[in-house]
Design a binder for this molecule. Structure first.
Ligand code: UD1
Length: 421
């Protein structure tokens, strides 16, 4: 298992380009299961989660080819509609294959994802929606066994705007008969990107990015390859991580390749804390900030504060003046970075869904362990401002969702050494 050794404190300066968004890439690659032809992509990020989803698609018969920055996935013929536990258990997003398989073949057998480090994360909303579209669902031997002679469009009201359920149902509805309306849909930019991908294949979808998405089902013959390779949106979570890194280290950094409007709420909070930056349509430049102060945040579905930026924000809060409060409303166990940050001198007290963070003058390097993807990002952020060396173990969590993060930070002036193991 690789380790990172991070020397601090450093000041980051320069410019950095974010990769394509992991959370948009995963559902969009899965959506190729709907397409009886080869689909081309431009600049798919080199991430462990992306390799995992491609492996899963290949296990069903999808053919992969690569040439330079172009990746082609061809699902013209599939040999099975089965998503095995061995792959699904490593990544919850695998459950997204359910919708497209069911829509195209009328049958799917997908392992239940099970729990994960940050919470129980059931799939009841996905299944309820599939049933509304006419599927019969049974849980047998740890697998979701779904069948449908024909999916029929329906009005589906989600009890909670689940990102994954919205995506799964959008994909299922593409080949259903008639119109599907998803009410209380998730509004994340990644949903909008999935809709854009489907629209590029000839699907009629409106309302993506709002809480009411309407999909007109079409026969599979009406899906048509897009005229150019699809390029997924820039990763707003990676961008937020670099923005916070620049603010924490007191440097001037231009973060490029994403839309700052996708981070509107995060940026408002950073402004409130005293951070200084200028944004245009596709980039944001962090200026050297004056003294920063604590603030209270609560995670919420988009356009609220993203749970995926909560840990990084807490890293920043740990070194600003005064106290801050973070309330996590999306996942029940997403404070695993707290004890690790504590090892570096952060002062955080947990009480139920909330954390009270009292800013300290400085952090100090320590051996720490990654526990999940965003928690790992928070540890690197702390390590870059801490005095001395921080040894970060279990870096594979970080590699799931950040493309070459150690290289990108090093180019900005961080002192990070990766030791392969
Ligand atoms: C996606 C993101 C993840 C992000 C999360 C919330 C991907 C690949 N992952 O995950 O990075 O943190 O959105 O923004 O895009 N829930 C149920 N029943 C369901 C579905 C969800 O109870 O059927 C609950 C979950 O347990 C969780 C909450 O709803 O507590 C949010 O889940 P959801 O929005 O579905 O997140 P994911 O799609 O898993």
């Amino acid at each position: 298992m690789d380790k990172l050794f991070v020397e601090g404190p450093v000041t980051l300066n320069g410019s950095v380009k974010v990769s394509s968004a992991k959370n948009a890439t995963l559902p969009i690659l899965v959506a190729t299961l709907l397409c009886p032809y080869a689909v081309k992509f431009d600049s798919i990020p080199d991430l462990m989660d992306v390799s995992t989803i491609i492996k899963l698609l290949q296990s069903m018969g999808v053919k992969l080819s690569q040439s330079g920055d172009e990746t082609t996935l061809d699902a013209t013929t599939l040999m099975n509609q089965h998503a095995d536990y061995a792959l699904v258990k490593t990544m919850r997003a695998s459950v997204l294959v359910l919708g497209p398989l069911l829509a195209r073949y009328g049958v799917a057998s997908v392992s239940l994802p099970g729990g994960c480090a940050i919470g129980a994360r059931p799939v009841d909303i996905h299944l309820m929606g599939m049933e509304k579209l006419g599927a019969q669902i049974q849980i047998e031997n740890g697998y979701i066994k779904a069948t449908a002679k024909k999916l029929i469009g329906a009005v589906i009201t989600l009890p909670f705007p689940s990102v994954g359920a919205t995506e799964n149902l959008m994909m299922a509805a593409v080949l259903a008969e008639g119109e599907t309306v998803i009410e209380n849909a998730a509004m994340e930019p990644e949903i909008d990107d999935l809709a854009d991908f489907l629209i590029a294949q000839g699907v009629k979808i409106s309302g993506a990015g709002t809480s009411r998405i309407i999909i007109q089902g079409i026969p599979i013959e009406r899906l048509k390859p897009a005229t150019k390779p699809y390029r997924v949106i820039g990763d707003r979570i990676e961008a937020a991580t670099f923005i916070i890194a620049a603010i924490m280290t007191g440097g001037e950094v231009k973060v490029e390749g994403f839309k700052p409007k996708h981070l509107t709420y995060v940026l408002e909070i950073l402004k409130k804390m005293g951070a200084d930056f200028v944004a245009d349509e596709n980039s944001l430049t962090v200026k050297k900030s004056n003294r920063l102060k604590g603030v209270a945040i609560e995670t919420a579905p988009y356009p609220g504060f993203p749970t995926d930026v909560q840990a990084q924000m807490m890293a920043l809060m740990s070194i600003v003046e005064g106290s801050s409060i973070v309330t996590e409303t999306i996942f029940e166990n997403r404070f695993m970075h707290v004890p690790e940050m504590g090892r570096m001198g952060a002062r955080v007290t947990l009480k139920g869904k909330s954390a009270l963070i009292e800013g300290v003058e400085s952090l100090s390097g320590a051996p720490v362990m990654c526990t999940d993807l965003r928690a790992s990002a928070a540890l690197i952020l702390c390590a870059m401002v801490a005095k001395g060396t921080t040894e970060i173990q279990r870096v594979y969590h970080l590699d799931r969702g950040y493309e070459k993060i150690d290289e990108k930070l090093t180019n900005l002036g961080a002192r990070i050494k990766r030791v392969k193991g």
